[in-house]
Design a protein around this ligand. Structure first.
Ligand code: BGC
Length: 745
């Protein structure tokens, strides 16, 4: 070979080597690691500002929007790189900034089945709140975080904390009840557990998105003091506790402005007053403007780029959006990525720990089931003494129902009530998880004659019940995003079913699967009632463990069960007029929503009186009060001591006076001085105390002074009024045997 030819071959070999070196993953990694912002000893703020300096305008804008979702925005060709979740934000490989792969993950990772993967369904979020256990809440978030990472996601869209102001809200199951202190503390713990797995967390839907009907148009009217002391307080506590990467602004308007362009909510409150360091992302299709939204504090648009793409670029170039504003949006996202660890520790795909997930789901459900009635110690059931059991209720042979909408987790094998191959989950169709109450009960009482009746014909169910020692009726009320309940009554004639079964058998136990309160005209006719919520992947085992006494129930209600709908603050949910609805039959329906639908008004004139605060203030008796739940043992409270001070401390003794070990949620409430003009009492703290039979423990709860304060609108701050405070402790909001009055300030 002539010398020149040899040289040519050598040069091309060298070229090939150089090219392949630069494009190899190891180069990308070592190069990325060489960037000054990759030093983990720098603070997230320092790292974010170093990256920001290197970014082009296009790169900045690319971080501020998603890549599309059919029906809600245009679609980017880049969406092919999505991991299959609700949101995908492209990364910037040259700067070592990874893509953001977001998945809905309210009670487990969504769309796993559709994506050929598997996820655990935990008990619904409201069930998590019913555990009143901060460690369990942390575990809840941690499990979701691990499963997100295993599936290649680095951001969760869970964290719903809207207060149950309207119990017919179809998303009640996704939230954490009616009390801002309970909901705020619990969501904080969920997000801490999640972000500890190096996953970006978010808290949503900010704010006052308390009904689904007309959510893209509704204007919520509420006075500032009430809002700060109720719905907004839940967010304030949750955000303060957990430093979430994101806060999702909601679809609705609040006092005139859409939440995603509401300067009071996003900037004055969230970013300034609460010092939120993360980024505000819109709910899907929640953006309605460019300059107004940007100035108000909306940092990121999902799922597409109606405003935060080309429009934003033009806006920056023309001076409509100041560069500092742009940089603030971008900096917040970068900071959150560094702070949460998604840059330093990107997810590695792996197999989800199925057995581990089932075990966690069962344990969490066992702590969340609330025993509402247990006349004559009907429960726990003694398998050795029962010869026949009637298991009754729709689909109780195959599964338990789950919450729908964007929270929906795919059951393995599809919807348990559909034939195989037809089991995909579909929007607004109830999904039953393959966790069979019938089989779980059979396993507990293998020697008994256990028979099933769907209840479709109440007379036949009653006949089976009549010939059985015990009848266990599983009833349900399904809920989903994108709908509100027409009423709190059980659907499908289940009230009639229960009444007929109860008339046939005086040992009737009712297990309720619901996302919130249901009315129970039959409550006086049955001997036992357990609220199992939407019970998750291992729901049936958990319920059976409680029914047969392997587990002593310890859940307490995170929301009131009213006697009837007539007792709610609003007799009906205000429905949107036709002109406030988008027409999805038209092409590109997102354009109508983005342009802003005609508002209709919902006025929360009950103000701060949400849940028990309403029933207390209005002297309305309830079916089961907030904070209530029975156990197979009994507890007594004694020896209350209140130590005033900056953070008043409340001490008392709880004793297990029965013969079984248990865990008691000991609750502390306070009444404010009359001059405060507040409802009769509010929850200010609690502790879940494990006690063996006969054991007693001293409990001390330090109360955050904010929980004792009113929000003073003139001074724009929390104010602890001087005067007499009554502190009360006990096992439910209606059972507070300990009481002491002290003067504060
Ligand atoms: C829901 C959000 C959800 C988003 C993405 C919206 O419809 O309101 O909660 O995270 O969709 O799926």
């Amino acid at each position: 070979m002539p010398l020149r030819a040899v040289r040519r071959v050598l040069v091309s070999l060298l070229h090939l080597a150089v090219v392949s070196f630069f494009f190899s993953p190891s180069f990308a990694q070592s190069d990325a690691k060489a960037h000054p912002w990759m030093k983990p000893n720098l603070s997230p703020d320092e790292r974010a500002s170093l990256v920001l300096k290197e970014m082009t305008l296009e790169e900045k804008i690319s971080l501020l929007h998603g890549t599309g979702m059919v029906g809600l925005s245009p679609m980017s060709p880049l969406a092919v790189h999505s991991n299959g979740g609700a949101g995908y934000v492209v990364g910037i490989p040259r700067l070592g900034i990874p893509a953001i792969q977001m998945s809905d993950a309210a009670y487990g990772v969504r769309m796993s089945g559709e994506n050929g993967r598997y996820s655990t369904a935990l008990p619904s979020d409201i069930a998590g709140a019913a555990s009143w256990n901060m460690d369990a809440a942390y575990e809840y978030g941690a499990l979701i975080g691990r499963e997100l990472r295993a599936q290649g996601y680095n951001m969760s869209l869970g964290g719903g904390v809207n207060l149950t102001r309207e119990p017919r809200n179809g998303r009640t199951f996704e939230y954490l009840g009616e009390d801002p202190v309970l909901a705020g503390k619990m969501v904080g713990s969920v997000i801490k557990g999640l972000q500890a797995q190096h996953v970006l967390g978010d808290i949503k839907h900010y704010a006052l998105n308390d009904q689904e009907s007309g959510r893209n148009a509704v204007n919520v009217n509420i006075d500032k003091r009430s809002a700060r002391e109720s719905d907004l307080l839940a967010f304030e506590i949750g955000i303060g506790e957990s430093d979430p990467a994101g806060v999702m602004c909601s679809y609705n308007r609040v006092n005139g402005d859409y939440a995603c362009e509401n300067k009071y909510l996003l900037t004055d409150l969230l970013k300034k007053d609460w010092n939120f360091k993360g980024f505000v992302l819109t709910d899907w299709g929640g953006a309605h403007s460019l300059a107004k939204a940007s100035a108000a504090g909306m940092d990121h648009e999902e799922p597409g780029w109606i405003f935060y793409g080309e429009e934003l670029k033009k806006g920056v170039q023309s001076g409509k959006v100041p560069p500092a504003e742009l940089d603030d949006h971008v900096g917040r996202i970068l900071r959150a990525m560094f702070a949460t660890g998604v840059v330093d520790d990107p997810p590695q795909r792996s197999v989800v720990d199925v057995a581990g997930g089932l075990e966690v789901a069962r344990r969490l459900e066992e702590q969340s089931i609330v025993l509402l009635k247990n006349e004559g110690a009907q429960l726990p059931l003694d398998a050795a003494r029962i010869h026949s059991i009637a298991v009754i209720g729709p689909h109780a042979d195959v599964g338990m129902i789950s919450g729908g909408g964007s929270a929906q987790v795919d059951p393995p094998g599809g919807n348990a009530i559909l034939p195989p191959g037809k089991g995909q989950t579909r929007w607004l169709e109830p999904v039953w998880f393959p966790t069979s109450p019938f089989r779980a009960i059979l396993a507990k009482a293998p020697a008994a004659n256990v028979q099933f009746d769907s209840g479709a014909d109440p007379a036949s169910a009653a006949a089976l019940a009549r010939n059985s020692d015990v009848a266990i009726v599983f009833v349900y009320q399904w809920e989903s995003e994108d709908m509100d309940l027409p009423s709190l009554a059980l659907p499908e004639h289940q009230d009639e079913l229960i009444s007929k079964v109860a008339a046939a058998n005086s040992h009737t136990v009712v297990v309720v699967e619901s996302g919130g309160p249901v009315t129970m005209p039959w409550a006086g006719q049955v001997s036992a009632i357990a609220e199992a919520w939407f019970a998750g992947s291992s729901g049936a085992d958990a319920v059976a463990n409680v029914l047969f006494g392997d587990v002593n129930p310890s859940g307490k209600l995170p929301l009131t069960f009213p006697r009837s709908e007539a007792d709610l603050p609003h007799p009906t949910i205000v429905k949107p007029p036709r002109e406030s609805m988008a027409d999805f039959s038209l092409p590109e329906p997102w354009k109508q929503i983005a342009a802003g639908l005609k508002p209709f008004q919902v006025t929360y004139d009950e103000g701060v009186k949400v849940g028990y605060k309403w029933y207390d203030a209005e002297n309305k008796p309830v079916l089961f009060p907030f904070g209530y739940g029975l156990s197979y043992t009994t507890y007594s409270y004694s020896n209350l001591r209140v130590t005033p001070g900056k953070r008043p401390s409340i001490s008392f003794t709880v004793a297990n006076t029965g013969s079984r070990a248990g865990a008691e949620v000991a609750e502390v409430y306070a009444s404010l001085p009359a001059s405060a003009g507040e409802p009769p009492k509010r929850l200010v703290g609690w502790s879940k105390v494990k006690l063996n039979a006969g054991e007693s423990k001293d409990v001390t709860i330090e109360v955050d002074p904010k929980f004792l304060s009113i929000f003073n609108v003139q001074k724009n701050g929390w104010q602890l009024l001087a005067g007499e405070y009554v502190f009360m402790a006990g096992g439910s909001s209606h059972d507070l045997p300990l009481k002491e009055t002290v003067s504060l300030k």
